[in-house]
Structures are given as C-alpha cells and as structure tokens.
Design a protein around this ligand. Sequence first.
Ligand code: GDP
Ligand code: IMO
Ligand code: MG
Length: 424
Amino acid sequence: MSARMDVLLGAQWGDEGKGKVVDVIAPEYPVIARFQGGPNAGHTLIFEGRKHVLHTIPSGVFRGGTMNLVGNGVVIDPIVLMKEISALEAVGVDVRDRLLLSRRAHLILPTHRTLDAASEAEKGKQRIGSTLKGIGPTYMDKTGRNGLRVGDLERSDMMDRYSALVRKHERLLGLYEPMERPVDAETEWLDAVARLRELRFVDSENYLDDVLRSGKRVLAEGAQGTLLDIDFGTYPFVTSSNTICAGACTGLGVAPNRIEKVVGIFKAYCTRVGSGPFPTELNDELGEAIRAKGREFGSTTGRARRCGWLDLPALRYAVTINGVTELAMMKADVLAGMSSVRVCTGYRHQGRVTERMPYDLTTDIEPVYQEMDGWGECSASDPLPKALEHYIAHIEAAVGVPVTIVSLGPDRAETLLRNAAALH
Ligand code: GDP
Ligand code: IMO
Ligand code: MG
C-alpha cells in the first residue's frame, strides 16, 4: 500500500530546533526531503558529544538508513554544499551515497550573493537582515524565469546559460552602489560545480512518487519558519520562499492528499533573528538572560537572536495555516528556574483585543499576557515538573493540537516523546 508523507516545519521565526527533531525521528523514515530555503538555514544537531550544523543537507544524514533528498524548492549554493559534504566526510559520515539533488532545484551564483548584499545596503535602516546567502535574488530569478537549475549542469550549453545570467546580474549591479566582491568567487564556484556534478541528480517528484508507492514513508523537512513565509509571514521582513506546509507540496512535487502528519516545531518562548516586528520581544535583562542561557546566536551568521515570550496568537496562526497535527516544544529547560513566566494570549489592536494575527504587526500592537507559574530544572529522564505540564496543557488547549515531543536540551537524547492522545 502507498505510504504518506509527513511534514516537519517551523511554527515561529525559524531556529525552533527543526534539525534536532528531524534527527530524533529520522529512523522512522527511509527518506528525508528538504523542501525550500537554502544556505540561509542552519540546522543544529548534537549527539555523542559532537555538534553539526547543516545548511542544505537534510537532517537525516546522520542516520545510516536514510536517503536525503534536496528538493526542487530548495536553492543550492554549490560552494556551501560542497563544503558541507567535506565537513561531514571529515568526520566519517557517508554522504554521497545517501544524498540526492533535484534537477529542478535552482543554483545560487556568486553574483546572487553580491546582489543580496547590494540590495540590503541600499535599504539601509529598512533592511531585512538577510543572511546574505543570495536567497532572495535566486528566487527572483526563479520566478523571473531566468534561473540556472541543477539539471542545466547536464546540458552542453550550461556555460552559455551561466554567462547570460551573470551578464544580467552585472547590469543589475550597475544600479547599486559598487560592492566589494570576493576575489576568485567565480573560479571557486565553477570548481564547486565540477564537484557537484559527481553527485546524484534525480527527478525528485518521480523519485518520491516511487518511494511512496513502494510503501516507504517520507519526512519533509522545512527551513525557516511560518512567520518568515513569503506570503503569510511578517512581510517584507520574511524570506523568499513558502516555508509553510503548502511549500512541501510545491517544493517536492507531492500532492496535498498524500500528506499525513504535520509536525510544528516551536520554542517554549520566541526568538527572531534579523529585522521585523516581534510583539513579545523582551528588550531587557530578561531577554538577555534567555539569550545567554538558550545560546541564542544564529547557527548560520552568529548574530544574536532577539528573545521574547511565547506568542499564542502567532502559534495558533501557524497551526491553522499549516494544518499542524502535532507540536514539538523545544527549550523549556532554558526557562527553568524562573518564578513565573508569561504567555501572550492576544493583542490589543485598534481598541480591542484580538486573538488573530493582524495584517500589520508593526503598529498599534500591544500583547496581552497571562502570567503562569515557572518550573524548576527539568530533564528528559525525569517526570516533567507539574508547572511545566500545566504550561504545556495550556498551550494545547489554546491552539487545539497535542504537544507530542518535548525537548529539554540540545542533545539528541534530551528528548521526551509523549502520547499523542494526551490532548486535555
Ligand atoms: P533549526 O534551524 O530550527 O534547526 O534550529 P537551530 O539549530 O538554528 O537552533 C536551535 C538551537 O537550539 C540549536 O543550537 C540547538 O542545539 C538548540 N536546541 C535544540 N533543542 C534544544 C532544547 O530543547 N534545549 C536547549 N537548551 N537547546 C536546544
Ligand atoms: P532556519 O532554517 C532564522 C531570516 C533572516 C532575515 C530573513 C531573510 O535555520 O530556521 P534571507 O537570508 O532568507 O534573505 O533572510 O529571514 N532567516 C532566518 N531566521 N532561521 C533561519 O533558518 C533563517 N533563514 C532566514 O535572519 O531576517
Ligand atoms: Mg537555524
């Protein structure tokens, strides 16, 4: 019988802990498939005393039995990908035999990165806070129908296509202030492309159809988070792809009716890196304390992440938009030791309180908080503190789906799987 695909995605502003959860549940899935984003992502996995950060490669790669597919919705920087592969091979992980790239995935060129930097520099104070990995310009070329795809590397006129795109980029760059360029960027890129050609390219929509028909389960791994979605995030302070569940369909070529579970990952609080509205942000010592204890510094850029209280209207929005069927709550250990914690239950907006996400989160938004008891130190090997159980039950009741995974530390082992029937 045909199997179904499960989707795992971020329910906040990214960095929720997607990589960790994918690694934990990967043994249940013969195939793990990334569906969007690119090297702007940084997915951290920690086990056996080692830390690994993945940018393009799906987070199933450390589980021997999995095949890892980079889907058509992903944008690939050959330089970053080949560095990632080398880093994994250096620690003895067999990547090449278990990595597949979709022919339809678009390639990030060095000039895409320069365009990203030029566009951000021009925006000045209004800048998005992009990771400057060339994500926006690459997706612009995709929708503008100018892009270069993995499958083009198999064509004899690949270099002509590449040169035409670079020429277009050079013309565009002429509209901006001159940017400093890395020397030898083109040579480095072409070298990386030559090595990338040795990897396995597939028509991933057909591959996944075969996998599902043969009864094997697939886990789709998202990058970024719902509030960074190009359509439903806090536009324009978003990324350039559909990070939501629908993105798994378009980013892999799997039909919506083949999706079974949708796992939404969220932190027991909120973080955001880069610019844009963040209603529950704590611009005080408490925010700093959370950042320090939670080590809230970007996995890709090292930038300090902004920290704040859990935002239930935003989480409910994510549950709705994605059709989340179950939630994974991360990092409750970071809040341990506080006498009380707060959750945002609604926003005061235009003179009334709403539990819905308004169109514009930048003006006239004041979070309404509920104070709850804090909890003491907690670990995955002990029963959860009562106050933490209560916190989880409160969230489940507020958003209407169960929390089936509770993560209490960065290590693979610090994870608690809960009974899905436990909705109160
Ligand atoms: P992703 O982009 O969603 O995969 O998340 P990141 O890897 O960028 O950021 C999550 C960070 O939190 C990483 O440094 C993880 O090692 C860490 N982490 C994940 N789960 C937990 C947890 O339950 N507790 C603590 N303290 N850290 C965690
Ligand atoms: P993972 O997969 C957190 C943010 C950037 C910026 C905005 C646009 O690790 O959760 P871009 O480089 O896409 O043009 O940046 O989105 N951003 C992320 N924030 N986690 C990520 O990925 C992110 N990827 C992009 O900081 O605000
Ligand atoms: Mg991350």
